[in-house]
Design a binder for this molecule. Sequence first.
Ligand code: F6P
Length: 323
Amino acid sequence: VKKIAVLTSGGDAPGMNAALRAVVRTANYYDIECYGVREGYNGLINGDFLKMGPRSVKNIINQGGTILKSARSMEFKTKEGRQKAYDHCVRLGIDGLVCIGGDGTFTGAKIFNEEFGIRVIGVPGTIDNDIFGTDNTIGYDTALNTAMDAIDKIRDTATSHNRVFFVEVMGRDAGFIALNSGLATGALDILIPERKDSIDELFTNFRNAEKTGKASSIVVVAEGEKLANVYELAEKTKKDFPDYDIRVAILGHMQRGGSPSCADRVLASRLGYGAVTGLMEGKTNVMAGMRSNDLVYTPIEEAIKKHNEINKDLLLISKILAI
Ligand code: F6P
């Protein structure tokens, strides 16, 4: 490879900048020209490229968000959009594309590769951790710690007022943030889409907690929970437990921001490096991931279609410890 382009797409995640820095500086080390693409696939379509060198990525390893900006491009979902994108790549002589993002980003990369043969490599950047082929995605650890800090704060006020809080965390259809932040904050219950949750079980947990003298509780609910949303859960609970003083908190986009954790910076650096060296080795239509501390490449198709299993032990442990 002689010239590569790199973009960040989909929901931003803390550590995307660290991954970008790693791509740009690894390319520089191996004498590969590197272009940043602004606003994800939209920039590819509009020819919004920016030549990047080692100094273009100074002081960003610690910054949340993405300096390239991100977007969920509708136009890239059309053949015409992708044709425009390809034409810009040809014009600049781009022979490899690094796509940092989640499953939507990877779906776009895969189609782009299959249609035009341009070499693509994915770097998993999403707080949801819902990508197969890597133990963790970039941004997940930071988001988890942000959620944990926020829930700790909610606990302070919940305890002071003897209240029950339903706290909704992000994660799209996956319950990784909910399960781990719930375990880490001692939530009474954790409702996630991967488990068949039931109101009866939740109510039994409330009753058992009451018996031990527990006066306040936190229930962490994944945004993808199928049973009910946090407001409906609060309403249903109030009907059966009229004495409970119930509040709802939705953590929302605060979980996407902030300076990346050490684990995310290290992961992003290793995967950004791995993306460039993977392209140099002729790899394409794969994602660079980290499994058991080893750099591995997984076909993008698998990364999107397969799913990391929720660790059932964590559910059991949280149940035993939460009482
Ligand atoms: O994929 C990251 C994520 O933050 C999900 O957890 C959430 O469901 C979604 O993006 C929110 O998307 P938007 O920022 O477009 O509202």
